[in-house]
Design a protein around this ligand. Structure first.
Ligand SMILES: NC(=O)c1ccc[n+]([C@@H]2O[C@H](COP(=O)([O-])OP(=O)(O)OC[C@H]3O[C@@H](n4cnc5c(N)ncnc54)[C@H](OP(=O)(O)O)[C@@H]3O)[C@@H](O)[C@H]2O)c1
Length: 311
């Protein structure tokens, strides 16, 4: 199988490369962003026409947090829509039979039932802070569904929960909670600080999946003859933010106090994906949160030492 991994230099893309490099019979087609910009339709068409891959995984996206989404809503919608539309349409035109599209749990409504089942998609309003991104991802998963329905190609999608691992983003404004905590506790320990400040009560619950497990779930789904149009990927368990702070502090070796400021907002009380569909199909996450954080802290230190840390 010749497999094109779009976005192979990102956190998810590089985990997919690690995963598929272990698999016999798979040859990888990889092109960096500066060679093939997927928002340019002609570039995507030319690549797929010349290389004729058997399968494509779309792990390229313009990714960012609340700050980036609210500062650049036009680009978040346009780029992600263009990446999905160009790649899926070019894949269909060039005879690619299999495409796996990476969505995100933010496609689900703000007030979704917990744990969040796949079928609550489009049942009510989205979380406004990442609406541009979510709308592009919903369009992507619907494009997969409609090309599949109309042309019989196996284009399908996955909706992973919060991911973390090697190659994560540690930027002060744009990083997700887990890498942000690793950086925060590491820098506090290095500076010999005795306290780390934390927003809210620490009561909200969140789910975290190691990116190597997410890549393994993608490999599992790519092998299924008749995969669901879209499916959640997660661990099925969550932790409180307070538990997460304690775990990261312990792994990093920060021995000071965590000071909670309950006057600050907490955010959504719970965000957990319903992964029963994936479990029934036969896939389960293997990395415990503690083990995953230990591995990620080791890669944080290695990336920092090598000067490759995204920060
Ligand atoms: N991280 C998570 O917690 C998480 C959770 C759920 C789902 N996902 C999904 O997984 C996918 C990948 O996320 P990630 O965390 O791996 O993000 P990431 O680390 O930022 O990787 C995205 C990759 O896409 C590339 N890219 C951006 N625009 C492109 C374009 N126009 N043409 C070609 N390549 C382009 C980026 O290149 P540059 O680095 O050069 O900009 C980067 O290598 C996304 O669809 C995301 O929704 C991620």
């Amino acid at each position: 199988m010749k497999l094109y991994i779009a976005g192979h230099q990102g956190m998810v893309g590089s985990a997919l490369v690690r995963r598929f490099q272990r698999e016999a019979g798979v040859s990888l087609l990889l092109r960096p962003f500066n060679e093939v910009d997927l928002t340019r339709q002609a570039a995507v068409e030319a690549l797929l026409a010349a290389e004729k891959p058997d399968a494509v995984i779309i792990a390229a996206a313009r990714v960012g947090g609340i700050h980036a989404n609210s500062t650049y809503p036009a680009e978040f919608l346009y780029d992600n829509l263009a990446i999905a539309a160009n790649t899926l349409h070019a894949a269909y035109r060039q005879g690619v039979k299999r495409v796996l599209f990476l969505g995100s749990s933010c496609v689900y409504p703000r007030l979704a039932p917990q744990p969040i089942p796949e079928d609550c998609l489009l049942s009510s309003a989205l979380e406004p802070t990442n609406e541009p991104y979510a709308i592009a991802k919903i369009a992507g998963l619907k494009l997969c569904q409609y090309y599949r329905r109309q042309y019989g190609v196996t284009f399908h999608s996955v909706m992973p929960t919060n991911l973390y691992g090697p190659g994560d983003n540690y930027h002060l404004e744009d990083s997700h909670v887990l890498p942000a905590l690793i950086r925060k506790f590491h820098e506090a320990r290095e500076a010999g600080r005795l306290e780390v400040a934390a927003w809210g009560t620490g009561a909200p619950r969140r789910e975290f999946l190691h990116v190597d497990d997410a890549a393994d779930a993608c490999a599992f789904l790519l092998r299924l003859a008749d995969p669901p149009d879209w499916i959640n990927i997660g661990t099925g368990t969550d932790v409180t933010i307070k538990e997460l702070y304690k775990m990261v502090a312990a792994v990093v070796g920060f021995q000071g106090r965590i000071v909670w400021d309950a006057s600050k907002p907490d955010g959504t009380p719970r965000k957990l994906l319903d992964v029963s569909k994936l479990t029934t199909l036969g896939w389960k996450a293997k990395t415990s949160l503690r083990e995953g954080i230990e591995k990620t802290y080791a890669s944080y230190l290695a990336e920092k030492a090598a000067g490759t840390l995204r920060a």
